[in-house]
Design a protein around this ligand. Structure first.
Ligand SMILES: Cc1cc2nc3c(=O)[nH]c(=O)nc-3n(C[C@H](O)[C@H](O)[C@H](O)COP(=O)(O)OP(=O)(O)OC[C@H]3O[C@@H](n4cnc5c(N)ncnc54)[C@H](O)[C@@H]3O)c2cc1C
Length: 369
C-alpha cells in the first residue's frame, strides 16, 4: 500500500517536481541550514523533516547553557588538542552564541547573561587549574577582549562544601523551548515546509536527484542536508555515536538562591536554576550501573553543594543523545554531489548549532547538484 494521492500531493516533491533542498533533522542545525538557504535562495522549495513530532534530539532536550567550556574542561582540551585548537574551539562557541542571540534576540530565547561558576571538590584538580589559569586567560583574551575566568573566594552564598571556585561573567543560560519555537516560527515565515513524523530510512540518487524514503512516503530533492547529529550513523558512515545524557529538574524550591550557572568536574556535571527549580544534569564520567544511580549521585551532589537545595523532589527527568566522535569539532562536509552532512555537535550544540547550520547550507549553495 502506498500513500494517498493527497498525501503525495501535500509533499509536492515527487521526482517530477523535486524540492530544491530536503533537510533531514529539525534540530538547531537543520533549522538554521534551512533558514540560511531560504534567505540566500528565496525561490528554492525547501522542507525540513524530522522523525519525531517535536524534534527529539539534543535541540529540544538540552539544558539551555550558553557555555563555551569551563576552565577544567578547557585544560583537558588544551592537553588533548593543544593551545591553538582549544582557542579556536572556544572562538567557534562564543561567535556561535553571538550569532544565535543576534538572529533571534535575547527575549525570544529567554537568554540571560548570568555568569557561571566552576565548583571544585578535588583539591589536586583545583591546584592544576589555578596554575593553568593565567595562560588560559591570556590565550582567550583575543576571543573575549576581556578576562574570561576570575578567581573567587572558595565559599559563596550560593554554593558550599567546595575547595575552590572560579567565575566567568560571560556565560549565560536560555529557555530551550522558546528558542526552538522562535526557530520554528522563523521557518514558517521563510516559507520552509516543516514535516514532522517522517523518519528517513534510506535515500537513493538517480540522475542528479536524491529520493528519501520514509515509510510509504518518499520525497525527492536536488540537495539533501543531513542534520541528524547523534543518529547520523543510521544513514551514513561517519565518526559520530550517540551518548545518553540525563537531566533532572526539581519541584520549586523556595530556599534556592542560585543566580548563576554551575559546572563541575570538567563540564561533566552542570547545574542551573529554572523558575525557582533546580536543574542538574550529566554525570556520564561516573561509572554508574544505570540511570537511576546517576540520578541518585546528581541529586546528592546538589543537596551537598547548592545552598537552599532541600530534598530533591524530581518534577522532570529525561535523557537526550549527544553526538560524540573522536574529534571535538563538528563534521560538516559534502559526501556526494547533492548530499551534505553537518553533525557531531557534542555537548555544546546550542553554542555552535547556528554556525554549523550556516556552514551546512553553504555546502549546498557552493556545490550545485
Ligand atoms: C541532555 C543534553 C543536555 C545538553 N545541554 C546543552 C547545553 O546546555 N548547552 C549546549 O550548548 N548544548 C547542550 N547539549 C547539546 C546540544 O543540545 C546538541 O549539540 C544540539 O542540540 C544538536 O543539535 P542538532 O541540530 O545537531 O541535532 P539534534 O537536535 O539532535 O537534531 C537531530 C534531529 O534529527 C532527527 N532525526 C534523526 N534521525 C532521523 C531520521 N532518520 N529521519 C528524520 N529525522 C531524524 C531527530 O529526531 C532530531 O530531532 C545538550 C545535549 C543533551 C542531550
Amino acid at each position: 500500500m502506498g500513500p494517498s494521492i493527497w498525501e503525495s500531493q501535500m509533499l509536492q516533491a515527487s521526482p517530477q517536481a523535486p524540492l530544491d533542498a530536503l533537510v533531514v533533522g529539525g534540530g538547531i542545525v537543520g533549522m538554521n541550514a534551512a533558514l540560511t538557504l531560504a534567505s540566500r535562495e528565496p525561490e528554492w522549495r525547501i522542507a525540513v523533516v524530522d522523525a519525531l513530532p517535536l524534534g527529539g534530539g539534543g535541540s529540544t532536550r538540552n539544558a539551555g547553557f550558553t557555555c563555551f567550556g569551563s576552565p577544567s574542561e578547557l585544560l583537558d582540551d588544551w592537553r588533548a588538542l593543544g593551545p591553538e585548537a582549544t582557542v579556536e574551539l572556544v572562538r567557534m562557541r562564543w561567535e556561535g552564541l553571538q550569532a544565535l542571540r543576534a538572529m533571534w534576540g535575547d527575549k525570544a530565547c529567554g537568554h540571560r547573561t548570568c555568569g557561571a561558576v566552576e565548583a571544585f571538590t578535588d583539591e589536586a584538580l583545583f591546584e592544576e587549574v589555578m596554575e593553568f589559569l593565567p595562560e588560559l586567560n591570556e590565550a582567550l583574551e583575543d576571543v573575549f577582549q576581556e578576562t574570561a575566568f576570575h578567581t573567587t573566594p572558595a565559599q559563596s552564598s550560593t554554593l558550599h562544601a567546595l575547595c575552590g571556585q572560579l567565575r566567568s561573567p560571560l556565560e549565560g543560560d536560555l529557555n530551550t523551548g522558546t528558542m526552538v519555537q522562535a526557530m520554528r516560527e522563523g521557518l514558517e515565515r521563510a516559507g520552509v515546509a516543516w514535516w514532522p513524523g517522517l523518519k528517513v530510512e534510506e535515500f537513493t540518487d538517480a540522475q542528479g536527484l536524491w529520493t528519501a524514503a520514509a515509510g510509504p512516503l518518499s520525497v525527492s530533492a536536488r540537495h539533501v542536508l543531513l542534520a541528524t547529529n547523534a543518529f547520523a550513523q543510521d544513514l551514513i558512515d561517519v565518526d559520530v555515536r550517540p551518548v545518553a545524557n540525563q537531566v533532572l529538574v526539581s519541584q520549586v524550591m523556595p530556599g534556592l538562591k542560585l543566580n548563576h550557572t554551575v559546572h563541575h568536574d570538567r563540564g561533566y556535571v552542570y547545574v542551573r536554576e529554572i523558575e525557582g527549580r533546580l536543574l542538574i544534569g550529566g554525570g556520564r564520567q561516573w561509572d554508574c550501573r544505570d540511570n537511576d544511580e546517576v540520578a541518585e549521585r546528581l541529586t546528592a551532589w546538589a543537596q551537598r553543594h547548592v545552598v537552599g537545595c532541600g530534598p530533591f523532589q524530581v518534577a522532570y527527568r529525561w535523557t537526550g543523545q549527544l553526538g560524540i566522535g573522536s574529534s571535538r569539532r563538528p563534521e560538516v562536509k559534502t559526501l556526494k554531489p547533492g548530499l551534505h552532512a553537518g553533525v557531531r555537535l557534542g555537548g555544546m550544540g546550542v553554542a555552535i548549532g547556528t554556525t554549523v547550520g550556516r556552514m551546512l547550507a553553504d555546502l549546498a549553495l557552493r556545490n550545485p547538484a
